[in-house]
Write a protein that binds this ligand. Structure first.
Ligand SMILES: [Zn+2]
Length: 680
């Protein structure tokens, strides 16, 4: 007999076949959204909620099920499909076992799923199944963790919440914790040390209120004990230039294994000025699951941080993590090796946190978690004088726990340019837009520059449509040195540095030498050549400070090798650009800074180059009608093809990537084949 799937898992999606959602599930979803909206209760997939209710199974029988949050699902945007249904009777039968390993438990729990294809249920499923109440909330609340993360946790919980709450010392989530906790079902709730809170009720709203009440009581208790923190540093934090140099050095150091974007967050600024900042970092993560994202502890930079002493802090951190790994290696599950030992969170006195990630979105997520975890540690120190952690071996057990690593392993493979940062000028139209779009679809973080913001906004829309990361804009005239500096600073401030710059801004300059005015000539040189000089100069200064090389890509022209009569101002500026590129290659080589040029020809898509009479002038020069110009150029090249901004973008992507790591000082033609313009 074919198993007929119950469609409960489709609730919340458009294709649902059910007309009514079970009330308990509906209440569970809305309660979870409420809880998920408050990061002091749960962050990014932490915590879980459940409800019990009845469904009709595939044979028409009434069955009691448990709906519990899927593993890794984020409550903020909870939908019914995040809550797989499991036959409660099957789950309760597991109580007869003395012990179950994580793997055995996961297998048994999987067999209880109403729909085997539904989302994998939480590792804490049995905690919810073994407690009899209809509605259960389990949150990793900041204030509850602050109550427990010190030597006298049990006493503090009793004083803060009364004796209605059971106190359970640290046990890693799983079968043992679920079975142990079930004995307290007659009480008001359970506090899990270094972990979080569990409350329950027959009514969903009352259950939610119990969560909020316990959290509020804990906060009031902590406030009543808190003493003002010890004296703070007077140090105002680094100047803009010092911070910029520091970020470049840090990004260079933290990008050695794979490229990282750095995110600066000021929410921990006050805390970062405390003299006991190191003790705060040593207190570890507030709830154990935070360490999966931000590592067991964070790095702390010196009060007067500079490039040299900061890099040495990172090196020491890596040594310490490696020693901790070696010391606990016997506990490592099969098939796992050491995580990247670099810190994910770096605390900078006077500034706050600097987090790493493959994008700003990831950096922000880590900054959110760091804010909660370290704020809790500050509160513990203020209220109880010192903090207590779960110990290295237990930390290691969690740090390398396959059940939790599963959550992270479901992430897609990183994109080609994940963690890479590029600056593209002239990104509001034509070739620059094509390049920006291509780099964005490969996961790059971008700073896009152009004269006006209209074109940039259009480029941003196209990037959003192709699911690229939201770019930063710099609007201004790149012939001005101050604008060039601002553009590169935007990359440093927003992403910690950059890996390459694409000089794509340019204008056409027509007229024969006898009619060309000096003003027009100078303007062409300023936009096409002097601006590239300024960008090259400042990019090289910054890339040298970052210390991991870089790639400069010059969008020149077929005209650099094969000039056109009546197009001298343009052709000279582009020929100069090639010579500039060669000098950059010569001078940058020692710092692994590569410089290469692309010579495109006749790119028309979204291009402004042909505006202002250039199209008409070039058409006349070739003896064709203006509207025939595209086809004329295509007929002129060997491959008889139209060349597009996408073609130039693909070559740019190659030159920016490590695929071209042995190439510098080169010119690549993207022109369909024009013999007179062969590079030589
Ligand atoms: Zn938990």
């Amino acid at each position: 007999m074919k198993f007929q799937k119950v469609k409960l898992q489709q609730i919340g999606k458009k294709e649902t076949k059910l007309t009514t959602i079970p009330k308990a599930l509906e209440e569970l979803v809305s309660r979870s959204q409420f809880i998920g909206a408050d990061q002091s209760l749960v962050v990014y997939g932490g915590g879980n909620t459940s409800a019990k209710g009845e469904i009709t199974d595939h044979l028409g029988r009434k069955k009691t099920v448990l709906w519990v949050k899927g593993s890794g699902a984020d409550m903020t945007n909870a939908v019914a499909v995040d809550y797989p249904a499991l036959y409660l009777e099957e789950l309760l039968s597991l109580k007869k076992f003395e012990k179950l390993s994580d793997e055995e438990m996961t297998e048994y729990v999987g067999k209880a799923l109403v729909d085997p294809n539904s989302r994998r249920p939480s590792i804490e499923t049995l905690l919810h199944a073994f407690l009899p109440s209809k509605h259960i909330d389990h949150v990793h609340a900041d204030s509850i963790c602050a109550l427990t993360n010190h030597k006298d946790g049990k006493k503090a919980v009793a004083e803060a919440l009364g004796d209605g709450f059971a106190y359970v010392d640290w046990i890693r989530p799983g079968f043992e914790l679920s079975k142990f906790s079930s004995q307290f079902s007659e009480m008001e709730g359970i506090v899990l040390a270094h972990h979080g809170l569990i409350v329950w009720d027959e009514n969903s709203d009352v259950c939610k209120d119990k969560t909020i009440n316990a959290v509020n009581k804990a906060n009031q208790y902590l406030d009543s004990l808190a003493v003002k923190p010890a004296a703070k540093f007077d140090h105002a934090g680094p100047s803009d230039q010092e911070l910029s140099d520091l970020l470049l050095a840090l990004r260079g150091r933290l990008s050695k294994k794979s490229k990282k974007v750095l995110t600066v967050d000021n929410r921990l600024q006050e805390l970062s000025k405390r003299k006991d900042l190191s003790a705060i970092a040593e207190a570890g993560t507030s709830s154990a699951d935070h360490m999966l994202r931000i590592r067991p502890y964070s790095a702390v930079l010196p009060e007067k941080a500079d490039s040299t002493n900061s890099i040495s802090v990172i090196d020491k951190y890596v040594d310490r993590y490696t020693r901790y790994f070696e010391a606990n290696k016997s506990l490592l599950p099969k098939g796992y090796s050491m995580h990247d030992p670099d810190p994910r969170v770096v605390l900078l006195p006077g500034v706050g946190s600097i987090t790493t990630g493959s994008s700003k979105n990831e950096g922000k997520m880590l900054a959110d978690i760091a804010f909660h975890t370290h704020s809790v540690a500050g509160k513990v120190l203020d209220s109880f004088g010192s903090a207590d952690t779960i110990g290295d071996a237990e930390v290691f057990g969690f740090d390398y726990w396959p059940m939790e690593l599963y959550k992270l392993s479901s992430k897609p493979k990183p994109q080609k340019f994940a963690g890479h940062v590029f600056v593209v000028t002239g990104a509001g139209s034509g070739i620059g837009r094509g390049i920006a779009l291509e780099l964005a679809t490969q996961g790059a973080s971008l700073v896009l520059a152009d004269l006006g913001d209209e074109g940039l906004k259009e480029t941003e829309k196209l990037i959003a449509a192709s699911k690229g990361l939201t770019p930063e804009f710099v609007v201004g005239d790149q012939t001005k040195e101050s604008v060039v500096i601002e553009t590169l600073n935007s990359a440093i401030k927003n992403f910690g540095g950059f890996d390459g710059v694409v000089m794509s801004a340019g204008i056409g300059v027509s007229d024969s030498l006898e009619t060309l005015t000096l003003d027009k000539w100078n303007h062409g040189l300023a936009v096409n050549l002097s601006s590239s000089f300024l960008i090259t100069k400042h990019a090289m200064i910054n890339l040298r400070k970052q210390g991991i090389g870089g790639s400069l890509v010059y969008i020149a022209s077929k005209n650099a090798f094969s000039p056109g009569a009546g197009f001298g101002g343009y052709s000279v500026s582009k020929a100069g650009m090639l010579q500039l590129m060669r000098i950059a290659a010569l001078e940058g080589g020692s710092a692994q800074i590569r410089a290469n040029a692309i010579n495109p020809d006749a790119i028309f898509d979204n291009s402004k180059l042909w505006e202002g009479g250039i199209r008409e002038q070039r058409a006349a020069a070739h003896g064709v009608k203006p509207e025939e110009l595209e086809d004329f150029y295509a007929s002129r090249n060997m491959l008889k093809v139209h060349v597009t901004s996408k073609d130039v973008a693909l070559t740019t992507s190659y030159l920016l990537s490590d695929e071209s790591s042995r190439t510098t000082g080169a010119v690549i033609a993207v022109d369909g084949g024009v013999a007179a313009a062969f590079p030589r």
